[in-house]
Design a protein around this ligand. Structure first.
Ligand code: OTU
Length: 649
């Protein structure tokens, strides 16, 4: 709501800028600015306090927004207007994503352009290029340790190439996602270097302490992210003679957002990258943005305030530019990154559906949907206009971060069940088909996470090794089944590069410097373009998986009910081995049934009545393009098969 005092503050700032208000674009900018200014102002003072220095900072922030808008190129401004008028594009069934390490996929940015036809063939149009900004050669955590936010690493190309790729993708109706590593910088970033040299201003950009007193107090409640290789959350810097907070690796220094200058600098970075034509920002590690002693320093309320504040700023310059929250945290915490209360839908637009991902793997191991369904039922409704990234694998490990309560609800002892899953996926049991690796086993807590590619976790690597045809078929079916779920569930499916070809674990990382100690590299393969050629060769594994995924994607794009309008209904059925949900849009209805078991499973045909199908009219399985099979009593699903049963009502 309009507030006279805040408005007069804004007018004063604008008056001093002497803007040409006959410029229509600028007027649109001012409209947005006046719409968001109260949030910018109040959130800023809410976090940093009602001080005159903070009023100056707000003024400075507005000036930066004006400068960034003035620098924004004409074609991007036009693009903004298009996005502004169609907020639904993000929820559309047309979007299908994938992610790539440039060096491992196409060598560099130039090479990536030559891969667009391959991506189009599969149906991919949302492109997440893994971190590509300047970072140290070895200590870079796959690019998540940035040493210059305004330069592309020379290994990959240049900033002007980003500009042209973003443009080229837009011309092809594709969208570019880039990472913004907001929580920390590399120790080789200029701020860190200046801090190391003793510049107080830059030491205050980070959390630095002269002795162990505060670090020790923090440590009593801070968990460890990489306990095996990076125990503790602080690193001693002998030059500075200070302890620095380094929650991830020792070379990743946590930025100190209690310092308003850090926030302003980060907003400037985002504005700069938005002006290069980036379509979507993936904000890395957002739960960690605010530290509070006595807590785990994740998901603190201020982390949300900061995100809302950043959003309010970016929206003024490049309206409709979505944020992805990378928040792989407890399920009830994840949805909060969409914003809640008055800020519902005004924080991040997209979030990783880590709950779905983890519980899908649970379903693979147990061949049972009960924990999956329980977990999803507890997933809080998200605001309209926001959407999930639905994924099976990403470049990170699989953490078993579901709530204990869900596990208890379905009759599991939470920690034993977690242990079972880790053992299962790391191939400890004779009947396990998975060949994953344990990631960051922590003897203090007994917890571990899991590394491995989709194909290796789903049994393909083992089946290929043993040369067992029946096992191979099952593994392929599992891979297709999992993809059928993420493609139809609601949200943007994110297909991990190489999964479309059944790429198994890539063990040569142990010989790569800077990677050997981090087994997440086992599932970050060097893409094999010869293998990709086999997608055209009937009967090959690559053909079977690629063509099935291609078909699933093509069907998705012709199925408006697969858009994400909070139009999914989870169904409880009489068979726990079957996962079932209904997707509805206007007069379209699709019942999605998945057999998670390696034996045929039946589900009572009452489910067809339950979802109000008119059986006289006939029901079609969209995948097979045939009438869906059922009799008076049941529908039978062959092992690891699924039906997308549809009817226009
Ligand atoms: C992210 O992941 C990135 O995806 C990782 O590749 C990076 O190593 C890391 O940040 C540091 O930049 O802990 O195990 O809740 O789960 O931020 C992966 C979010 C991670 C964290 C997530 C982090």
């Amino acid at each position: 709501m309009y507030d006279p005092q805040t408005n007069s503050f804004l007018n004063n700032i604008l008056d001093q800028l002497d803007l040409d208000l006959s410029d229509k674009d600028l007027l649109r900018f001012i409209t947005r600015l006046s719409g968001n200014f109260e949030v910018i102002h109040n959130h800023f003072l809410g976090i940093y306090g009602e001080k005159s220095s903070n009023h100056k900072h707000i003024k400075n922030l507005v000036e930066e927004l004006v400068k960034a808008f003035q620098a924004r190129e004409k074609d991007l401004r036009q693009w903004d207007l298009k996005r502004e008028s169609d907020r639904g594009w993000l929820l559309s069934e047309q979007l299908v994503g994938s992610m790539f390490y440039l060096d491992r996929y196409s060598g560099n940015l130039k090479g990536f352009l030559t891969k667009i036809p391959y991506l189009k063939e599969l149906g991919i149009n949302v492109i997440h290029l893994m971190p590509l900004l300047k970072s140290p050669k070895i200590n870079n955590d796959g690019g998540y340790a940035v040493s210059d936010y305004r330069k592309v690493d020379e290994r990959y190309g240049s900033m002007s190439e980003i500009k042209s790729i973003a443009k080229k993708l837009r011309e092809n109706d594709m969208h570019l996602i880039l990472d913004i590593v907001v929580n920390h910088t590399s120790n080789e970033h200029i701020w860190a270097k200046k801090a190391a040299k003793g510049e107080k201003k830059y030491q205050e950009f980070y959390y630095t302490y002269e002795d162990r007193q505060i670090p020790d107090s923090f440590e009593s409640t801070l968990p460890e992210i990489f306990p095996t290789t990076e125990p503790g959350n602080f690193t001693y810097h002998p030059g500075m003679k200070k302890w620095i907070m380094t929650v991830f690796h020792d070379f990743q220094w946590d930025l100190n957002y209690t310092n308003p200058l850090v926030l302003i600098e980060m907003v400037k970075v985002l504005l700069y990258l938005a002006n290069q034509g980036v379509d979507i920002f993936r904000l890395d590690a957002v739960p960690f943005l605010w530290k509070r002693m006595g807590t785990a320093s994740q998901n603190e309320p201020e982390a949300h305030t900061i995100l809302q504040l950043i959003k309010a700023c970016i929206e003024v310059v490049s309206p409709g530019l979505p944020f992805i929250a990378e928040a792989i945290v407890a399920p009830p915490e994840i949805v909060k990154y969409f914003g809640d209360g008055d800020f519902a839908g005004k924080e991040c637009d997209i979030a990783y559906n880590a709950t779905l991902m983890t519980l899908l793997w649970d379903a693979v191991a147990t061949k049972n949907s009960k924990l999956l369904v329980a977990g999803l039922r507890h997933q809080l409704a998200k605001p309209l206009g926001t959407t999930w990234l639905c994924y099976i694998r990403s470049h990170d490990d699989i953490g078993l971060g579901y709530e204990d309560a869900y596990a208890r609800e379905v009759g599991y002892t939470p920690h034993l069940h977690r242990q079972y899953l880790v053992n299962f996926f790391t191939g400890k049991y004779d009947d396990s088909f998975a060949m994953g690796l344990p990631f960051m086993f922590d003897p203090k807590t007994g917890d571990a996470r899991i590394s491995g590619t989709t194909a290796s976790l789903a049994g393909l690597e083992k089946a290929l090794g043993q040369g067992k045809k029946a096992e191979l078929d099952k593994a392929i079916d599992r891979i297709i089944l999992l993809h059928a779920i993420i493609i139809s569930f609601g949200g943007i499916p994110l297909i991990y590069y190489g999964d479309e070809l059944g790429t198994t674990n890539h063990y040569s990382y142990v010989k790569e410097s800077g990677k050997s100690e981090d087994n997440r590299w086992v599932h970050r393969p060097i893409f094999d373009w010869e293998k990709a050629e086999k997608r055209n060769q009937k009967g090959t594994v690559e053909y079977r998986i690629f063509q099935a995924l291609k078909k699933l994607i093509a069907i998705r794009k012709k199925s408006p009910e697969f858009a994400d309008l909070n139009n999914r209904e989870l169904l409880t059925t009489d068979n726990e081995h079957i996962f079932a949900y209904l997707r509805i849009r206007d007069n379209l209805k699709t019942l999605c049934l998945y057999n998670l078991h390696d034996e045929p499973q039946k589900i009572g045909s009452y489910v067809l009545h339950q979802v109000n199908f008119d059986l006289k009219k006939g029901i079609i399985d969209k995948y097979r393009r045939k009438p869906a099979p059922y009799n008076e009593y049941y529908i039978e699903l062959p092992p690891y098969q699924f039906f997308w049963i549809t009817q226009k009502v």
